[in-house]
Write a protein that binds this ligand. Structure first.
Ligand SMILES: [Fe+2]
Length: 402
């Protein structure tokens, strides 16, 4: 029998298990998780721009001596507004995973946050907030105010197989050399330049290290222009979909343990919008270096000499062009993962009983219809695109690492 011509569209991968249960996902939205790209939508090197222009291309010199251009200190009125919204939310007894703009209202700050969101998505791509009173508020109220603030920038997504939508960057003593199993944010090791698995990432500093743990960021569009001028061969290697990224075991039933993809993508064609396709970078060297268990068995190819060279040149270029930043207690850094790469130095914690370095992390999604980039992935217009979702793991927002 001939197939019906008017069949239903294929079921989205995250819906294969059936409809989304509100008992599990309180806001009716499930993180879509990691997926391979739409290979047909990947554009070859010769169709990429020769040079990128605009505010996403910045140099460290533009900002190094001008922290006022990228720092906002909350004033008394803003702290009071955040405090009142957090108190009202706490009084409502709503679980933290159910927080949204509608139950965390910021009538005065909303306008400013709307502009900030646009600057994160299509402008310089980062901000440092100061003056968030974490010590006065304590971890619970701080987490509420921080997640509430985040709802104005994007939809929170799960950050790991346990469904953490409030992540905790802290050294849990896990072995950072076991890179096929251990997520580096749970160690005190150096992090090379990379992007997280979400459109925007936020870090709120609750406690600092004794030494190190400092932040570096770079405009990946500046890196792109620099490589286009100095090492187009490296750029071409990064654009080719020959890179296998480890999923470190955080897979749903039936999914592969790795994803073959590019490091640098062009947005899907956007002729009808009149917007020039933007250049998107999604990178983490730990995730491409940890796959020897598959390459040794001949299941996937090992990194080639060109890839190893590209990896090295990319890191060196990022280091050379980066802006250094230190997060003090009560500081919040938000940055774009689409056009910023970030790194952190290794660190040493204080001896007990002083608290260990502790950052609360948010991963936020910005779907296409709400101004997000048109990414070459099936979930580009899903509200909770990206993140890490394993099967029907419910979202949780623990107040400390677990
Ligand atoms: Fe990161």
């Amino acid at each position: 029998m001939a197939p019906a011509l008017t069949g239903d569209l294929p079921t989205a991968p995250h819906n294969l298990g059936g409809p989304i249960s509100k008992d599990i996902f309180p806001d009716g939205l499930k993180t879509t998780g990691q997926h391979p790209p739409l290979y047909d939508e990947l554009v070859p090197f010769d169709q990429f721009p020769r040079q990128i222009t605009g505010p996403t291309v910045w140099k460290a010199e533009d900002y190094r001596e001008n922290p006022e251009k990228w720092t906002h200190t909350f004033n008394e009125e803003q702290v009071a507004e955040l405090s009142a919204a957090a108190d009202a939310f706490l009084a409502s007894k709503t679980p933290l995973t159910g927080i949204s703009k509608s139950n965390f209202q910021l009538p005065k700050l909303a306008d400013y946050l709307h502009k900030l969101r646009a600057d994160l998505i299509d402008g310089k791509g980062f901000i440092l907030f100061k003056g968030f009173p974490v010590q006065k508020w304590g971890n619970h109220k701080s987490a509420v105010a921080y997640m509430g603030l985040g709802t104005y920038l994007g939809y929170f997504v799960s950050q790991n197989s346990r469904g953490h939508v409030l992540g905790h960057v802290k050294d849990l003593g896990e072995d950072s050399t076991q890179i096929d199993k251990v997520r580096i944010y749970r160690t005190n090791a150096r992090q090379y330049f990379h992007a997280d698995d979400s459109d925007i990432v936020g870090l709120l500093c609750i406690a600092k290290a004794l030494e190190g743990g400092e932040s570096d960021l770079v405009s990946s569009h500046n890196v792109y222009n620099t490589l286009a001028a100095e090492r187009p061969d490296v750029l071409k290697t990064l654009i080719s979909p020959i890179w296998y990224f480890d999923r470190k075991g955080e897979t749903s039933t039936g999914q592969e343990e790795y994803i073959r993809t590019s490091v640098i993508y062009l947005e899907r064609s956007a002729a009808e919008t009149g917007i020039e396709p933007r250049v998107y970078t999604k990178w983490d060297p730990y995730y491409v270096r940890s796959l020897s268990r598959f390459s040794d068995a001949g299941i996937i190819p090992p990194l080639s000499a060109e890839q190893l060279e590209a990896l090295k040149v990319l890191e060196e270029t990022c280091v050379r062009l980066s802006l250094h930043m230190v997060l003090d207690i009560g500081d919040i850094q938000f940055l774009s993962n689409a056009h910023i790469l970030h790194a952190r130095t290794a660190y040493t914690d204080h001896a007990p009983p002083k608290p260990r370095r502790h950052l609360m992390r948010l991963w936020l999604a910005t779907p296409e219809e709400e101004g997000g980039w048109r990414l070459p992935f099936w979930d580009s217009n899903e509200k909770k695109r990206g993140g890490i979702q394993v099967d029907d793991q419910a979202p949780v927002a623990p107040l400390d690492a677990e």
